[in-house]
Design a protein around this ligand. Structure first.
Ligand SMILES: [Zn+2]
Length: 141
């Protein structure tokens, strides 16, 4: 994926690559630092763009593991070999909405903003994901 606002990254072992296409300059995006236990343990903060594109590429023989915490409806995506948290995805109506963990991208973003989605109801959460997350996430093998 190339373009004026393209970024790429990978997990620690290189089994999983990510490419991101943003609709604006990366410096204008403030990643969201979720305050749930899982995300704090990973030190993750997330980037999304409803007008952008997100693609994960899984090397042959590699695994992109999914972990679903509690009653969440989204899957956390982790490299099956080195365990790096790549992002999350939410599947609905044959579409995959997603976010990427900014820790795997170059440090070009504005300061992260703390967010507390755990205060939202399940319904509010999924509606928010469909509005804010990358639509049409591709997981390429
Ligand atoms: Zn890895």
């Amino acid at each position: 994926m190339a373009g004026p606002h393209a970024l790429s990254g990978r997990c620690h072992c290189g089994d999983i690559a990510v490419s991101v296409q943003l609709s604006g300059a990366a410096e204008r995006y403030s990643p969201r630092a979720c305050d749930c236990d899982f995300c704090r343990l990973h030190g993750a903060s997330y980037l999304s763009d409803p007008k952008g594109q997100l693609r994960f590429t899984v090397q042959p023989g590699a695994a992109l593991n999914r972990y679903r915490q509690g009653a969440e409806e989204a899957d956390m995506l982790l490299c099956g070999r080195c365990g790096v948290l790549m992002g999350a995805c939410y599947e609905r109506d044959d579409k995959c909405y997603g976010v990427v963990n900014t820790a795997i991208l170059p440090p070009v973003f504005a300061a992260p903003q703390p967010v507390s989605p755990k205060r939202l109801s399940a319904d509010e959460k999924t509606r928010r994901w469909m509005l804010l997350w990358f639509p049409d996430v591709v997981i390429e093998r």
